[in-house]
Design a protein around this ligand. Structure first.
Ligand code: WTA
Length: 635
């Protein structure tokens, strides 16, 4: 990958200019560094109005040959994955490229033996153990499409996702360790499986020795199946535009969006950005703390690092177990050189006494990264000073599930950083700021809505089963541009600072949540007539959720009811979606056309009621004062 690793700021500028002037030639040169069975016939075909984007059409490849096979000769014995268990007393696992290759091939045969073929959808609901990586790569090996569901989601959230893409198989584990707790994943799956007719087989990995209930004919143990499987599994030859995976992300309406990523462009995009943003060197140990259930884990724990031949760390546990020094203990133990995490984790660790950091030798660190939400000035400096000791460039990487790969970010040690700024676009990325009327803002020192005006290889191609929604959400706001849903400020040097979402998605502890999804869950409660959920600033989570709830006439407001509503959200979506605050109200501020004025509710939740704007046009302005009086703003 050294061939396309940018080494100086001047080289960055040159690459950027080339990528704008002749995007096809620019990406062709990069794509030439990968293993293809057949090179592509056409580099790019696109139309943002349809919308349609195709990269490397006619190209034939398998992404696992690029992540595994091609490394065997050169770095077969190098560690591909270091796994760090939840319990610090349990042994770490080191898996070389050769061992990973064998494990993936063998498990790919397990999938085949159980009737999985190219194009079939496989849902994976697993903890952060190497078998999760093996399962996903095994799918890619045979051309099956993985749909990984974060193992903190509830039964009904799993069922919704399985049914949306009609998964034929579910791969899970019996139990998962999370700090001092154990969670029975199989039980959660069993409940989901009551309502998922497409699932024929369930493969269960035994993470603990506890007994597991297995359904005859449907459920099979990972280990038993492996015993029966052949060792070798030739890779299925895929078209560059064949589907690689589906990953669900929150939308502004209730239904999650199954973002579809395809093979060739995604591989090229994740590998190119990994190599340039993080600037890994031969013997580095790279650790991204995300869960593989999110896009960050897909692109920057698995596909990008493995295609680039890096050593990637997978951590099963949580930052606070057995104490708040765990991240730093692991950095010391594994001699981590690259550390990539979320601002919410930084803020929660910055709240702890500094001794948790000082007890550990962090001198191996070279590069720090952040992702998932805007990083505030204080957290940036804490990270830079106490973890990086002022010696490690901090790469603030802006991107999305939809973009597949990092879009705006410093290149570590190569391009300048500026606290709270994601800084400059990567080569191949053409960001623009748009005003409310849909006009491009050309000036520097300006704020607007962030859009992208030219396709890049790893853009999601569609929403599974709903191309019209894909068009509407991303390509209908501004003509001929991809709309990100984020607001952004651009400084005098052209650096971008992401200011946050401008739609009804709230990022809580780095997780995207659609307020409509949470409202739907709350409205399911028999005592609830209507609800409105908004985000408000929270010093650790970034944002937290505030729910305004109207009860049916015969229901009495009570603390128990609040607890029930929170539980219901937890069981419908997952614990991360539980609102921090629930306020019972008699009415919600609505426009004359019946739309809830969320702007007002957001201001009340943020304790910023000095300037509510004009509320006289509301259908029911009187409810506003009432809501303010009862608002839960002590904190
Ligand atoms: C936000 C995560 C500010 C943004 C990779 C985006 C960020 C959403 C940053 C996508 C950043 C991500 N600075 N905001 N460096 N990175 N975001 O799909 O609002 O989980 O639209 O992808 O996270 O979240 P997603």
């Amino acid at each position: 990958m050294e061939n396309f690793q940018i080494k100086t700021f001047a080289e960055y500028k040159k690459a950027y200019r080339k990528s704008i002037k002749n995007p096809e030639a620019f990406w062709e040169e990069i794509a030439n560094n990968f293993t293809w069975h057949k090179k592509w016939d056409k580099t790019l075909e696109w139309d943002f109005e349809k919308p349609e984007v195709k990269w490397f059409q006619g190209g034939k490849l398998n992404i696992t040959e690029n992540c595994l096979d091609r490394h065997l000769e050169t770095i077969g014995n190098k560690t591909a994955i270091i796994w760090e268990p939840n319990d610090p007393d349990e042994e770490s696992r080191y898996i070389s490229y050769r061992q990973l290759f064998v494990k993936v091939s063998r498990f790919a045969n397990v999938l085949k033996n159980n009737g999985i073929k190219k194009g079939d959808k496989v849902c994976i609901y697993m903890p952060m153990i190497p078998e999760l990586a093996i399962a996903m790569l095994a799918c890619a090996r045979i051309g099956a499409v993985h749909s990984i569901v974060f193992a903190g989601f509830s039964s009904s959230a799993i069922a919704r996702r399985i049914n949306d893409s009609e998964c034929k198989m579910l791969i899970t584990a019996n139990e998962v360790y999370r700090g001092s707790k154990k969670v029975n994943l199989k039980e959660i799956c069993d409940k989901a499986l009551e309502d998922t007719p497409s699932v024929e087989t369930v493969i269960v990995y035994r993470r603990t020795v506890e007994p597991t209930t297995m359904k005859e004919g449907r459920d099979k143990f990972w280990f038993d199946e492996l015993q029966k499987a052949e060792k070798e599994c030739p890779a299925e030859v895929m078209d560059a535009e064949d589907m690689l995976f589906i990953l669900y992300t929150s939308g502004s309406t209730g239904k999650p969006k199954g973002m579809v990523h395809t093979t060739g462009g995604y591989m090229v995009g994740t590998t190119y950005t990994f190599t340039n943003v993080f600037q890994p060197q031969k013997n580095d140990v790279y650790w991204c703390t995300a869960d593989i259930g999110w896009i960050t884990g897909h692109s920057y724990i698995i596909y990008g690092p493995l295609a680039a031949g890096a050593t990637t760390v997978m951590f099963e546990g949580i930052p606070s177990y057995p104490d708040y020094g765990r991240f730093w203990e692991i950095c010391e133990k594994l001699k981590v050189t690259h550390f990539y995490t979320a601002p919410t984790a930084i803020r929660s660790l910055a709240k702890q006494p500094l001794k948790f950091v000082e007890h550990h030798d962090l001198s191996s660190l070279k590069v720090l990264g952040t992702v998932g939400e805007p990083i505030n000035e204080e957290a940036w400096h804490w990270y830079n000073d106490n973890i990086g000791k002022g010696n490690c460039p901090v790469v603030d990487t802006w991107w999305q599930t939809e973009t597949g790969a990092i879009m705006i970010s410093p290149l570590a040690g190569i391009t300048p950083t500026r606290p709270t700024f994601a800084t400059l676009p990567l080569p191949g990325v053409q960001p623009v700021l748009m005003d409310e009327s849909g006009k491009e803002i050309e000036e520097l020192n300006a704020e607007g809505r962030l859009a992208i005006k030219f396709p890049w290889p790893s853009i999601a191609r569609t929403i599974y089963g709903d191309h019209e929604r894909y068009r509407e959400v991303y390509f209908s706001t501004f003509s001929n541009k991809y709309f990100t849903g984020d607001g952004s400020y651009r400084d005098a040097s052209g650096n971008y600072r992401i200011t946050g979402r401008v739609d009804d998605i709230v990022i809580v502890s780095g997780h995207n949540l659609g307020t409509a999804t949470v409202e739907n869950a709350i409205d399911e409660h028999e005592s609830v007539a209507e609800s409105a959920v908004v985000g408000y600033p929270h010093d650790v989570k970034g944002n937290a959720l505030y729910a305004y709830v109207i009860l049916h006439h015969d229901a009495e407001p009570s603390e128990e009811l609040i607890a029930e509503i929170r539980e219901l959200v937890g069981s419908t979506i997952g614990p991360i979606a539980k609102p921090d605050k629930v306020q019972f109200v008699n009415g919600l501020p609505k426009t004359r056309s019946g739309k809830i004025m969320r702007r007002i509710l957001r201001k009340i939740a943020s304790n910023d009621t000095s300037n509510l704007g004009d509320i006289t046009t509301l259908l029911n302005p009187e409810v506003v004062d009432e809501i303010i009086k009862e608002a839960k703003i002590e904190n």
